[in-house]
Design a binder for this molecule. Structure first.
Ligand SMILES: Cc1cc2nc3c(=O)[nH]c(=O)nc-3n(C[C@H](O)[C@H](O)[C@H](O)COP(=O)(O)OP(=O)(O)OC[C@H]3O[C@@H](n4cnc5c(N)ncnc54)[C@H](O)[C@@H]3O)c2cc1C
Length: 413
């Protein structure tokens, strides 16, 4: 049985950045192993619905580190090795093929699993999901063949995929249960903005509707909706959300609750076992409640902090949640958590594709979305969220020089 001082279970974004941190912290050769079910070294997942899907990047371009990095630093990456069992008492992992690997400390980073459609016909070969490199490769191939697509879901995956498909001349219909795109995050004017942009690129919306049956014939798929409407298509991409990849941990001593519960240092209820990324349910030190964040930046930062802590640093994870998305020529960033907001302030001009949205709760900034605005806005948004800055909404809307509103500048971080 091979054994390692540190093992990372899951070879995604957390693993890629935790491995870099291991090296930055002068980890010894032979001190780290990564085990992944995929046939790839850890890679960046966001390009799978952007540049990689669009054919602008290859598999090599999106690797977090290349093979030489792992070789040079004596980091073992076990690929194609799905783990089927974890024995926390004996500190061992067992692959579904029977291989056993031991650890002194374990970092769980199994990420998320896509939700699947549960309707008749959902297992047809014209139905695609998007989580892994091979999924994006399959959709990329399909773009070359199919001229019509139905995208189910209007969160960031659905929106990004629809934009790539439409940019490649695929006639795209988006079907989703809400009355506007990404209702959970966007305010009504922001949804309207995106819908206008998407419609301008030829995308059709079928809102407030649900798929009930998919029928397949001669490489075509008939998508039947609850309203009775039907769409004939060459293929379907479902982006209907994800759930944390928890199967391995159900009957184990780990404390779980919609993810694996960790403390502020990202250590689980089992000493020496840590969790980071999409799977980690952590006590957020800024919003003072438990969170689980399914975004790239969270995986990067938690991967780094968890590795430093496993190597003896012990620092709490304090980080403003952040994510970015691109659709057509529209790139935007989002910071914070808008839960419980009571006021929204807009700056800029939604018609000129340059605006920002500021969510306030009791006049305290809790979230911001920024598209094509000044560097100043980008820099104050996370800072004010971190500091619970109280802001006058009127002044926030009208002041040109935002720094003049900020009483915290110049203070120590
Ligand atoms: C298409 C796509 C686009 C995205 N775009 C954005 C974006 O624009 N902005 C943004 O902020 N975020 C984006 N995200 C989200 C972001 O990529 C994730 O939050 C991030 O990848 C989470 O990292 P992770 O390491 O926790 O999990 P993952 O990167 O998913 O890695 C988990 C790894 O664990 C492996 N694994 C799971 N179970 C086992 C097992 N039993 N045995 C062995 N290996 C196992 C998996 O195969 C996988 O390799 C996107 C995600 C996807 C899928």
């Amino acid at each position: 049985m091979k054994s390692f001082p540190i093992v990372i279970l899951g070879g995604g974004v957390v693993a890629g950045y935790a491995a870099k941190e291991f090296v930055a912290q002068s980890g010894k050769k032979g001190g780290l192993a990564i085990i992944t079910a995929e046939n790839a070294l850890p890679y960046e997942r966001p390009p799978l619905s952007k540049g990689f899907l669009a054919g602008k990047e290859g598999a090599g371009d999106i690797q977090i580190s290349d093979a030489a990095f792992y070789r040079q630093h004596g980091i073992t990456v076990f690929r194609n090795l799905p783990v089927g069992k974890v024995d926390f008492r004996r500190c061992r992992l067992q692959s579904t093929s029977g291989k056993v690997i031991g650890f002194d400390q374990l970092l769980i980073a199994t990420g998320s699993t896509v939700r699947r459609l549960e309707v008749p016909g959902a297992s047809g070969s014209e139905v695609f999901y998007l989580r892994q490199l091979k999924d994006s490769q399959a959709i990329r191939e399909q773009i070359k063949r199919g001229r019509r697509a139905v995208v189910i879901g209007a969160g960031f995956i659905g929106m990004e995929v629809a934009s790539v498909l439409a940019s490649h001349g695929v006639r795209t219909t988006m079907v989703f249960p809400d009355d506007r795109v990404w209702k959970r995050l966007f305010t009504p004017p922001v949804s309207t903005f995106f819908e206008r942009q998407f419609a301008g690129q030829g995308i059709t919306f079928m809102k407030s509707d649900k798929v009930v049956v998919l029928t397949h014939k001669n490489h075509e798929c008939q998508v039947v909706l609850a309203s009775g409407n039907q769409v004939l298509t060459d293929f379907v991409v479902a982006g209907i959300g994800v759930t944390p990849s928890m199967e391995l941990f159900h009957r184990t001593p780990l404390d779980t609750d919609a993810g694996i519960k960790v403390n502020k240092f990202l250590e689980t209820s089992v000493p020496g076992v840590w969790a980071a990324g999409d799977i980690a349910n952590y006590p957020d030190q800024i919003f003072h409640r438990r969170m689980r964040v399914e975004h790239w930046d969270n995986a990067v930062e938690q991967g780094r902090v968890a590795m430093r802590n496993m190597m003896g640093k012990l620092q709490p994870f304090i980080h403003v949640p952040y994510f970015f998305s691109d659709a057509f020529d529209l790139s935007y960033e989002f910071w914070g958590d808008a839960t419980g907001y009571d006021q929204v302030v807009y700056r800029g001009n939604l018609y000129e594709k340059q605006f920002s949205v500021w969510w306030l709760k009791n006049q305290t900034l809790c979230a911001a979305l920024i598209m094509n605005r000044s560097e100043e806005e980008r820099s104050v948004a996370p800072r004010w969220i971190l500091r619970h800055s109280r802001l006058d909404p009127q002044a926030l809307q009208n002041t040109r020089n935002l720094k003049s509103l900020d009483t915290t500048f110049g203070r120590e971080e």
